[in-house]
Design a protein around this ligand. Structure first.
Ligand code: F6P
Length: 547
């Protein structure tokens, strides 16, 4: 079953949202709180150990109701069923989209073209568990009989960002193995990593769904060459393993069949950390923790599938984002986790969000006549406060921001945590409340500032406030809660793609750059280049002359 192809702007809900926007656009979030004493009661969701407070948004209960009507009119309910049931919803690649099956229970039945995929998922999971245990326990040895101390994940995009983000996020749960990530085709990147390694004790995990990606193959070849300076060809089998769908190419590289962890074409790269692509996560934190990550995601999957739309975290987050993107003209969203552990969450979700929803052709094959994918960016708080919060507070742009925080710290340092969380709460309050002229003037009076200085400084010290935020407060950063958090954002991406009538699971835009880079690579050894536009010819010839 294909997804509907409805231009959202043609629905009555969309038109109602436009008139509703005209009605409430002059109200500030502060006014909206004043108008409804039960606002926060109505505009929050509690689920498991997650709390989402979305009351500090430029919405009222009617906005939510109309956004839900939009989701209904688009056919979101059916789209969710198709997504989980393995329908071919990635139509331009003729594939199902089943990262959710990777974290389903063993008793589940999920069929792709009539074939239940759950048994093979569990077969791979068992292989991952056994392999992980052998490496962590030291039972699996390198070519000189020594146990492994270092793991290098070689991959890019979804074959790097997910594992790198999760390993960083779960650092607290990490074992003795040191993990490294090589992704960029920049030779300096791989050589910096090689510098730190001992070939006798390093295990290389090559992750590439296609096993054709230039970056990953180049880095793997460079690393293999370096490895063979100390070892024999036959030793490659002990130190190199692969995660891929392309068994033929992997075996050609010299990797033994038993060291290949399969994945499937119905797992998109940017949603693949739940598959064997997550092997480095499993090695870093142990299989049980990896499995708990999957369990947390599965719980969020159930919440997403079963909760009514108005109590459904991913759906509410997606609808709010549509509201800001399409009715209020916001161009980007910030994501600020108040934990250093989630420093790679924004780059990870940049791929998830922007590769998925950065599309301008609708599912009907026609150019869309409305805005789609938002730009995602962010950094952990409080660092972000000292970097770019000025622009969120007093700049000219509307930047809806998600604040993600945890009730309990992992090392139990309450003093630090209270300071951290005071900032967390203070920021969303300040962004909403701002600071009025009267408040600023009162401060000046207290300081005894002259009238002249007060008049000069006043406009600069006023904050308009009225900046929208979501607060996502989670009990503790555990593998399970991390899994649920990532799944929540995955489903947000899905819902937005459904509403925007685009195909969220292909990435043709990335292919063009790959093709052009390959053709330029063939010319980069020549004397003079003249087959491009004049700027590209000029740049290439400058490079050729000076390299
Ligand atoms: O960036 C494009 C892309 O195809 C991503 O979707 C994918 O995650 C990445 O390249 C890596 O691809 P592969 O796992 O096939 O090497």
């Amino acid at each position: 079953m294909a997804l509907n192809t409805i231009n959202p702007t043609t629905t009555s809900a969309w038109k109602n949202l436009e008139s509703h926007f005209a009605e409430i656009q002059d109200l500030s979030i502060k006014d909206l709180f004043q108008n409804d004493s039960e606002r926060v009661e109505k505009l929050h969701i509690k689920w498991n150990d997650f709390l989402l407070d979305y009351s500090k948004n430029k919405i009222d209960t009617k906005t939510v109701q109309l956004l839900i009507e939009l989701a209904d009119q688009i056919g979101l309910k059916k789209a969710i069923t198709d997504y989980f049931d393995g329908a071919i919803i990635n139509q331009t690649e003729n594939r199902a989209v089943l990262h959710t099956a990777l974290r389903a229970e063993e008793s589940a039945v999920v069929a792709v073209n009539g074939f239940n995929v759950i048994p093979e998922i569990y077969e791979v999971k068992r292989k991952m568990e056994q392999f992980t245990n052998e490496v962590i326990s030291g039972g699996r040895k390198g070519f000189t009989g020594k146990s492994f101390t270092d793991i290098v994940n070689i991959g890019i995009g979804g074959s790097d960002l997910g594992p790198a983000m999760a390993v960083e996020a779960l650092q607290f749960y990490k074992n003795h193995l040191t993990t490294h990530f090589v992704s960029n085709v920049d030779g300096d990147h791989v050589h910096e990593i090689i510098k730190k390694l001992n070939p006798e004790t390093t295990l290389f995990v090559i992750v590439s769904k296609t096993f054709t990606t230039q970056e990953t193959l180049s880095n793997s070849e460079t690393i293999k060459k370096w490895f063979l300076q100390s070892a024999k060809q036959a030793d490659v089998a002990k130190h190199f393993i692969a995660v891929s769908t392309n068994i033929e190419k992997v075996t050609k590289f010299g990797i033994n069949l038993e060291n290949i962890f399969p994945m499937w074409d119905w797992v998109g790269g940017r949603f693949s950390l739940w598959s064997a692509v997550g092997l480095t996560i499993s090695l870093a934190v142990g299989f049980e923790n990896f499995n708990n990550l999957l369990k947390g995601a599965n719980k969020m999957d159930k919440h997403f599938k079963e909760a009514p739309f108005d109590k459904n975290m991913p759906i509410i987050l997606a609808l709010l984002s549509v509201w800001y993107n399409n009715f209020l003209g916001a161009e980007s969203e910030a994501l600020i986790p108040y934990t250093q552990y989630l420093q790679k969450l924004a780059p990870y979700l940049q791929q998830g969000t922007m590769e998925s929803n950065g599309k301008s052709v609708g599912r009907d094959g026609k150019p869309v006549n409305y805005q789609t994918g938002t730009i995602i960016w962010g950094e952990p708080g409080t660092n972000a406060q000292h970097a770019f919060f000025q622009l969120i507070h007093q700049g000219t742009k509307l930047i809806p921001t998600d604040f993600i925080g945890y009730v309990s710290p992992l090392y139990g340092d309450q003093d630090h945590h209270d300071k951290l969380m005071s900032n967390f709460f203070a920021q969303t309050e300040a962004l909403m409340q701002g600071k009025s002229e009267e408040q600023v003037q009162a401060e000046f009076d207290m300081q005894g500032l002259s009238i002249e200085d007060s008049n000069f400084l006043l406009p600069f010290k006023v904050f308009s406030g009225n900046k929208p935020t979501n607060t996502i407060l989670i009990q503790k950063l555990t593998p399970e809660s991390l899994g649920a958090l990532i799944a929540m954002y995955e489903h947000k991406i899905f819902v937005q793609g459904v509403i925007w009538n685009i195909f969220s699971f292909d990435q043709w835009g990335v292919e063009l750059g790959k093709q052009l880079a390959n053709s330029i690579l063939e010319e980069i050894d020549t004397e003079i280049v003249n087959g491009h536009d004049s700027s590209t010819n000029f740049l290439l010839n400058y490079f050729l002359k000076n390299k």
